[in-house]
Design a protein around this ligand. Structure first.
Ligand code: FES
Length: 121
């Protein structure tokens, strides 16, 4: 397994991401709430470029006493990425689809060493 540079820790502000070419693979590196995560840039649905999708908080649909959803809310503790091809979304922390835990992204090994970030793929 080879190691590829994904830049310096200081290159990433909170909420930033980079998609890094790692040989024949692409890996998305994300910085969320000070932590780094790395996922292969192949959606679990049909292999779309999921790491290039929009980042947003998890959407909640609170049900009222009448059993109706009248507004949307956002879970400020959960960051998701939305695949640009068909809209599947995944937790950046866990790689899991919120509605089906068997559908998940493939994790890439991430190493932080001496202020630099590396990905093994
Ligand atoms: S390929 Fe990602 S949602 Fe279909």
């Amino acid at each position: 397994m080879n190691e590829y540079s994904a830049g310096k820790v200081d290159d990433y502000q909170d909420g930033d991401r980079k998609v890094v070419l790692c040989g024949e693979a692409e890996v998305g590196v994300f910085r969320i709430a000070g932590e780094f995560y790395a996922w292969h840039n192949r959606c679990a649905h049909r292999a779309g470029p999921v790491c290039q999708g929009r980042l947003m908080k998890r959407v909640l649909e609170p049900v009222d006493a009448d059993g109706q959803v009248r507004a949307q809310a956002y879970d400020e503790c959960e960051d998701h990425i939305i695949c640009p091809w068909h809209g599947y979304e995944f937790s950046i922390r866990t790689g899991r689809h919120p509605g089906n835990e068997r559908v998940r992204l493939r994790k890439a090994e991430l190493i932080v060493r001496d202020g630099e970030i590396y990905v093994r793929a």
